[in-house]
Write a new protein. Structure first.
Length: 660
């Protein structure tokens, strides 16, 4: 405010000192501010000599130079009031008060505005949204499309559900595009180039996961804010939309090599309503399609590799094409859990069952309990298969590797049970008493040498006894005579020897009487089985009768016979005793002839069939162990080879990507 506003004031007027003296202080304190101190500092005034202490302006000038601007104006008002109250009119006083009041109000407003300044991002937001419609696609030209770059960072694999065939994962998504209607000039806003605004205040693309099982965005992704980076007032701004997601998507699982499988799940992203003339999608990073730097390790799966492909598809519903981004996520199962809890117990149970089926048994202990063992093993296998079925999808397209494993184990146990039944049948043939043919036993001896089996000791002794008897039979005459015929022959020879002894007595001159000759006829002869005849010794009988009926005179006529005492007379009891002895001999011979050979033959047949069953059992044991190793170890080796090959390929591919 120039001094001309107050015309009645002269330079020599005492009020002039009031306006001149605080000029330096006001210009120093408010050089950059507004208000009445500016016009005072811009005018050059002559500095008078310091007034005396009696001057009325000395106190205000001194105070004004050391106080705040508001106090300065207050003292000015007081001084002017005092001066005009003495020398001026009322009209001039009112005018001066009005001017000073306006100056004081402007000063207060400027001070308030400097203390509560609006932030720049508020101003930018108000500036860019004042002419923006978030419901419309931000395009300046009709023939251009908004290019959206899409990137994905995997954070966690939550679940892989094999029966229902879906994958649930947690990921971080970043979408980038240029909005041509949201730019600003950084020079107009203190060089601010980036701001964050809520996502619902701008237009965002309707990016959709095509194979998602959840169609509600509130349950899949959480949108928060969008980052805007200006490219210039007329060139728009780069929009970066960052949000976390939990995707539940369908994934066709290939379980042919379960539990050594590698799965490839596909995530298809694209716009649901805008074709590629409006929105066109591009991958942000082709080499590392899905980032795994921040991924949490999963207990059951590991990430092998990721890839992305851009496809332009045409649908029958729409005339234009649609751009889709297909992200491929290759994951590999960690098979340790299944090997320890399913494959190893099944293999051990099968091996124990095979060894138990073909363990040796004696003749008295048959192998019926092995059938029970086979049935129990099959029941335990069914329980393990039930545990596996919960992990497998209900499909008829293929049989998984673990399905082949369990099927082979069940088939192996079933065939082992059947083989054990065959061994039992062979063993029980010995009860019939019919020995096996010589050709069969010859082959059994040959196979026994191959499988390292020895013949039982009882069987060796029986064969040795049989060989001795056969040799004795061939050495004797009359090979067609039976044993008891030979016994009869020996008995006849002994009787003949006794007759010869009687005849020698006659040769010495002793002639028996007619009665004695009559008694020399055998008293009794009994035929046993038409082969063996029990005959009373004629020599003994005639001797007894002859010497018992002789007189003393007749006895003196046999000087050559040494006779001491006559034998006792033959009574009826002695005759009956000889008859009973003959009958007992007949019974003994009959028992030996009928029972003993059959018993020996049956015992030998049981030994032979038991040994033959043991040989067949050993053959089955070796065969089924070989089949078990080929199936159990072979099937799992196939799965491990596939698992290891897939892992090596992923390592090679990752090294190539890092090189690129």
């Amino acid at each position: 405010m120039p001094l001309a506003v107050i015309p009645s004031l002269r330079p020599c007027h005492p009020l002039a000192n009031v306006f001149r003296r605080p000029t330096t202080a006001l210009s120093t304190a408010h050089h950059t501010g507004g208000g009445p101190s500016n016009f005072l500092s811009n005018r050059k005034v002559r500095q008078p000599a310091p007034p005396s202490s009696n001057s009325p302006s000395t106190f205000p000038a001194r105070v004004i130079g050391t106080t705040h601007p508001e106090m300065h104006h207050l003292f000015v008002i007081l001084v002017l009031t005092a001066q005009f109250g003495r020398a001026g009119t009322l009209k001039q006083l009112f005018t001066l008060h009005t001017v000073l009041f306006l100056i004081f109000a402007v000063q207060l407003l400027l001070a308030e505005s400097s203390s509560t300044q609006v932030p720049e991002h508020y101003l930018i937001t108000n500036f860019i949204l004042s002419r923006y419609n978030k419901g419309l696609i931000p395009k300046r030209l009709q023939n251009e499309s908004i290019k959206v770059s899409f990137s994905m960072e995997l954070y966690q694999i939550i679940q892989v559900n094999e029966p229902q065939q879906f994958l649930m994962l947690n990921a971080w998504i970043v979408e980038r595009w240029v909005d041509n209607l949201l730019g600003w000039d950084p020079e107009e806003f203190s060089n601010v180039t980036e701001i964050m605004i809520p996502y619902d205040q701008i237009w965002i693309p309707d990016t959709t996961l095509y194979n998602s099982l959840v169609m509600d965005d509130e349950n899949t992704r959480r949108l928060l804010n969008a980052k805007l980076t200006t490219r210039g007032k007329d060139q728009g701004a780069l929009i970066e939309l960052l949000y976390p997601t939990i995707y539940k998507l369908s994934c066709l699982l290939d379980l042919r090599f379960f539990p050594f499988d590698v799965q490839t799940c596909k995530l298809t992203f694209g716009s649901w309503t805008f074709d590629n003339t409006l929105i066109d999608y591009f991958p942000y990073n082709v080499t590392h399609a899905i980032g795994t730097a921040n991924c949490i390790d999963n207990e059951g799966w590991s990430v092998l590799k990721t890839s992305v492909q851009r496809h332009v598809n045409h649908y029958d519903c729409c005339p234009n094409n649609y751009t889709l981004l297909e992200f491929h996520l290759d994951i590999q199962r960690k098979p340790l859990y299944y090997v320890i809890n399913l494959i190893t117990p099944t293999s051990i149970i099968t091996l124990i069952s095979i060894v138990g089926f073909f363990s040796s048994s004696s003749i008295n202990e048959l192998r019926e309990e092995k059938i029970t063992l086979g049935i129990t093993t099959l029941l335990s296998m069914s329980i393990l298969i039930f545990m596996v079925s919960d992990k497998m999808p209900s499909t008829s397209s293929f049989i998984p590797l673990i399905g082949w494993f369990y099927t082979s184990m069940i088939l192996l146990i079933s065939l082992s049970t059947l083989a054990a039944s065959i061994v039992i049948y062979i063993q029980k043939q010995g009860i019939l008493g019919k020995p096996p043919c010589r050709k069969t036993m010859r082959w059994a001896r040959l196979v026994a040498r191959i499988v390292r089996m020895e013949m039982p000791l009882l069987m060796k002794q029986a064969y040795a006894q049989k060989a001795r008897e056969e040799k004795l039979r061939r050495a004797q005459e009359g090979r067609k005579q039976s044993l008891w015929q030979r016994v009869y022959k020996v008995a006849r020879e002994q009787a003949q020897q006794r007759k010869n002894s009687c005849a020698s007595a006659k040769v010495n001159g002793v002639t028996p009487s007619p009665d004695v000759q009559r008694l020399q006829v055998p008293k009794k002869s009994c035929t046993i089985n038409t082969d063996v005849t029990c005959i009373t010794d004629p020599c003994e009988t005639s001797g007894l009768v002859e010497f018992s009926n002789m007189s003393d005179e007749e006895n003196s006529s046999f000087p050559d016979i040494d006779y001491t005492a006559p034998p006792p007379p033959v009574t009826k009891f002695q005759s009956l005793h000889k008859m009973s002895t003959c009958a007992s001999l007949d019974s003994m011979i009959r028992n030996v002839d009928i029972i003993s050979p059959r018993t020996m033959q049956r015992n030998l047949a049981e030994l032979e069939y038991d040994w033959l069953a043991a040989v067949v059992e050993r053959i089955f044991l070796i065969f089924f162990i070989i089949v078990f190793l080929l199936t159990a170890v072979g099937i799992n080796c196939i799965g491990m080879y596939y698992w290891w090959t897939a892992r090596e390929q992923s390592v090679v591919l990752q090294s190539q990507n890092n090189t690129i």
